[in-house]
Design a protein around this ligand. Structure first.
Ligand SMILES: Cc1cc2nc3c(=O)[nH]c(=O)nc-3n(C[C@H](O)[C@H](O)[C@H](O)COP(=O)(O)OP(=O)(O)OC[C@H]3O[C@@H](n4cnc5c(N)ncnc54)[C@H](O)[C@@H]3O)c2cc1C
Length: 386
């Protein structure tokens, strides 16, 4: 039997790991269409490249646990030349009185799924993390395993090399249209040619909403700008976890300094098409004061640089959208991760490949993240987003 023709739109971490996973399923006709092989504006290259198991939705915990195993065994997965420098430093997520009950319920769910997370009350937090101001802290949770950070660029390059080595074809072109027969997508148009397709995977990251609109389908994923600030401070970073503050500010060690960020206010968070200018006011006005209130050593710091990338923000419920479109059943979505797509790329890729090869999920049941929930207006909000 001939292999189905599979066209993947976007060769970032989602598209490249999906191509690799499809080839590993024995499917041999896999084409990745990527408009910019330098990846300079891709979310993957601009991300904070961290992984946590602490999520509010069980399927996200499962995807993270799978992702962590993949990252730890990356050479077996992607080849001996895969170098990603995984630091298993953990996330430390702080909570106050108001959020503590919900946090304890989430903790029980996460542990039930196999996550290894320590929890502390206010005094315990102060004793374990003496560099923190803890007066308002009622709970802190720290991932002892399967959480940390890595080199997303190294992961992307290894995924792309592995996909090509296992038979995937990469084409440099921009997808600007489709052909359909009403019930299925029959081809993908790019660079003046139409590539016939039995399956199409939308892995276009922050552009996945725009790509979907080419079919006349509204899809609530939009590019939203997020700035990462790199700074140095009189604080020893070695051994420090990734910190998520009650305010929404985050920071973690990076080299001999730190990186950090915070979401802008909703009123200052428009679609960011083409805008990669770091939001410096966010640092001065919000991030620095909030971090210095939580980590007093940060009252003195030196900003080294800042960069901005785009989240592929799912405005519907801040969760990924994985699986087939309810009406165009051979159009498979793998996008909308709203800030956690690198860590969930290995499990997503595996699931998409299983769906296409076997018409069923075999490793993780990804149906809760399906497109159907959008069609049925049944949001599944992810509470732990930063
Ligand atoms: C500042 C920041 C921090 C983040 N931190 C983390 C983190 O700590 N952990 C984590 O897991 N995630 C994080 N994320 C999110 C993560 O980066 C994304 O979820 C993930 O990279 C999405 O991967 P992707 O392959 O879908 O998208 P991308 O890497 O953007 O790849 C999509 C590709 O599609 C191509 N493309 C788009 N449109 C077309 C078209 N029409 N034709 C052809 N090609 C096209 C693009 O050129 C691009 O290369 C962060 C994101 C940002 C911006």
């Amino acid at each position: 039997m001939t292999s189905p023709r599979i066209v993947i739109i976007g060769g970032g971490i989602i598209g490249s790991l999906t191509a690799r996973a499809l080839c590993r399923e024995g499917l041999t006709d896999v084409t990745v269409i990527e408009r910019d092989p330098t990846y300079q504006f891709s979310s993957t290259a601009l991300s904070a490249a961290s992984i946590r198991t602490q999520f509010g939705c069980p399927v996200n915990v499962e995807l993270s646990l799978y992702g962590a195993q993949f990252l730890k065994g990356v050479k077996a997965e992607l080849g001996e030349d895969a170098e990603i420098g995984f630091v298993e430093g953990g996330y430390l997520i702080l909570g106050d009185e108001a959020t503590a009950p919900a946090r304890r319920a989430a903790l029980a769910m996460q542990r039930g799924l196999g996550a290894d997370i320590a929890d502390y009350d206010s005094d315990g937090t102060a004793a374990a993390f003496p560099w923190l101001a803890t007066d308002d802290i009622a709970i802190a949770t720290h991932g002892r395993a399967n959480e940390g950070w890595f080199d997303a660029w190294g992961l992307l390059q290894a995924a792309r090399r592995a996909a090509i080595a296992s038979g995937a074809r990469y084409l440099q072109a921009e997808v600007d249209g489709f052909t359909t027969d009403g019930a299925r997508v029959t081809g993908v148009r790019a660079g003046g040619s139409v590539y016939p397709a039995d399956w199409v995977v939308n892995a276009a990251g922050p552009a996945s909403g725009a790509v979907t609109r080419l079919l006349g389908i509204d899809f609530p994923v939009r590019p939203r700008k997020r700035t990462v600030f790199h700074f140095k401070a009189p604080l020893e970073g070695a051994g420090m976890p990734m910190l998520f503050d009650t305010s929404g500010a985050w920071m973690r060690p990076e080299g001999d300094g730190f990186i950090g960020g915070i979401q802008p206010d909703e009123a200052n968070d428009p679609d960011a098409n083409g805008d990669f200018e770091p939001d410096h006011a966010l640092f001065e006005d919000r991030l620095w004061p909030l971090l210095a209130a939580r980590v007093p050593a940060l009252e003195q710091l030196r900003l080294v640089r800042a960069w901005a990338g785009h989240y592929e923000m799912c405005l519907f419920d801040h969760n990924g959208v994985i699986g087939p479109h309810p009406e165009l059943a051979n159009l498979v979505f793998a996008t909308g991760f709203s800030g956690h797509g690198v860590m969930h790329a290995p499990g997503t890729a595996r699931g998409v490949a299983e769906w296409i090869a076997h018409a069923a999920y075999r490793t993780i049941d990804l149906t809760p993240l399906g497109f159907d929930r959008i069609a049925a207006n049944r949001p599944m909000p992810e509470s732990a987003i930063y």
